[in-house]
Design a protein around this ligand. Structure first.
Ligand code: ATP
Length: 408
């Protein structure tokens, strides 16, 4: 059977993955076998999410009725029901569900009734609390099929420590990442000298290590010195796989969906108030604005290196009429040509325009010239992919160290 759970946490605490890790242990204590634990990230633009829009699924051998009852008990015991936005859902299905619902939940938006219809048709056991929105994530988790897979080991704190400062040795995190990158990623951000894998929220997570295989994440984990965790769980995940991306074209993008879009840069990128960088791309008559926000740090310097005429591919979520960049590919760099009025050969002063199609005129000595001064500025960017740093990376975004982006 597959057990799906979602929407048990609030900004004040708890984490659905912690609840899943505790449930896995209770199922084992009750003589069931847990074959796989899945951490399933869904559409990152869903507004109801607490943090990273995660749901979980456990693949279990045992008695479905007993498993359902244990799952419901643990949700009632651990969920933060006081928060208006916590609306848990539990699903137990003995039949595989159509992965189309997972695809919809990771790339688009779903309704509670759509999830309930699928569950009814499959004869699944399910329970939703309060407005039952958690049934969407729980159903998507049990319906999930990953064309690409990564792993994360999450360590969880003793409950007496929840809400207190996490004790994780900073140096050991950098050493760990040095030893295992690129087979692990996002433990730390070397360029910005920031720890990425330790949260700052009051939930049970101590730290999480992401990587290509259980052995690589275990090797990285063993190098980390910290307070003693209460629990550790290896999750199979769709993180770092670009599962959220759809192919898109300028002028036909939908709010809250994530795309890969091609176009030509229309004008030099501009830095706006707050340090955000913006520019537009054009595809035929349609234009789309692209944004590299301040938290994307050094990535903004890459974006500032684009010039009009560059053919690029941009990847990110379409929100408030712009694409929030996760990565870009400079497909075909344009020449960076600057055209100015020439310098007067007679008096060495810069000439000025003599009017449309009339060439240039020296305002000092009256000399005339037909030709402008054309300079080609060497490009700072070469063709290829560029991405935001680990500190700004979304859970689903595929890091370039994993190879070429998964472009749909
Ligand atoms: P955490 O990452 O800490 O577990 P969270 O960020 O996953 O928290 P939730 O508390 O699970 O946030 O809230 C997300 C809610 O949005 C859930 O009720 C889930 O069922 C719902 N949801 C997830 N994906 C979609 C979607 N594509 N369309 C509509 N609702 C969705």
């Amino acid at each position: 059977m597959l057990i799906g759970i979602d929407d048990t946490d609030s900004p004040k605490g708890m984490c659905t993955t912690y609840l899943g890790a505790v449930l896995a242990r209770r199922l084992i204590q009750n003589h069931m076998r847990v074959r796989e634990a899945r951490l399933v990230r869904l559409n990152p633009n869903v507004t109801f999410k607490t943090r990273g829009n995660a749901a979980i699924a456990l693949d279990v051998e045992g008695d479905p009725e007993q498993a359902f009852s244990l799952a419901c008990d643990i949700v009632e015991e651990l969920s933060d029901f006081s928060c208006e936005n916590t609306n848990p859902g539990v699903v137990v299905t003995e039949k595989r569900l159509d992965p189309a619902f997972y695809r919809q939940a990771v790339t688009d938006f779903c309704e509670i009734d759509e999830a309930v219809n699928i569950l009814d048709r499959a004869g699944a056991r399910y329970k939703g609390w309060k407005n039952r929105r958690g049934l969407i994530g729980a159903t998507a988790a049990v319906a999930s099929a990953f064309p690409d897979t990564t792993y994360e080991i999450l360590t969880y704190r003793e409950s007496s420590r929840w809400g207190t400062k996490r004790e994780v040795d900073r140096e050991s995190l950098f050493t760990s990442e040095e030893a295992t990158y690129p087979h692990t990623w996002d433990t730390v951000d070397f360029t910005n000298q920031v720890v990425v894998c330790v949260p700052h929220t009051p939930d049970p997570v101590l730290f999480g290590i992401r990587g290509e295989s259980p052995s690589w994440i275990m090797m990285a984990r063993s190098a980390i010195a910290s307070e003693k965790p209460a629990l550790e769980q290896i999750w199979v995940t769709n993180q770092g796989t670009d599962a959220h991306l759809l192919p898109g074209t300028c002028g036909s993008l939908c709010e809250g969906l994530s795309y890969c879009v091609q176009g030509i840069v229309t004008a030099s990128p501009k830095t706006t108030i707050g340090g955000h960088v913006s520019f537009s791309i054009r595809d035929g008559p349609a234009e789309t604005r692209c944004m590299a926000y301040e938290p994307t740090k050094n990535f903004r310097n890459i974006v500032r290196g684009l010039v009009p005429g560059d053919r690029i591919m941009v990847v990110g979520s379409y929100k408030k009429e712009s694409i929030n960049l996760e990565k870009i590919c400079l497909v075909s760099p344009a020449q960076d040509i600057h055209v100015k009025a020439p310098v007067c050969a007679a008096c060495s002063r810069r000439m000025t325009s003599a009017g449309k199609d009339k060439g240039f005129k020296c305002r000092t000595c009256g000399a005339r010239s037909k030709d402008a001064e054309v300079t080609e500025i060497p490009r700072t960017l070469s063709a290829g992919w560029y991405e935001v740093p680990p500190t700004a990376r979304r859970h689903l975004a595929k890091p370039l160290c994993r190879g070429g982006p998964a472009i749909p």
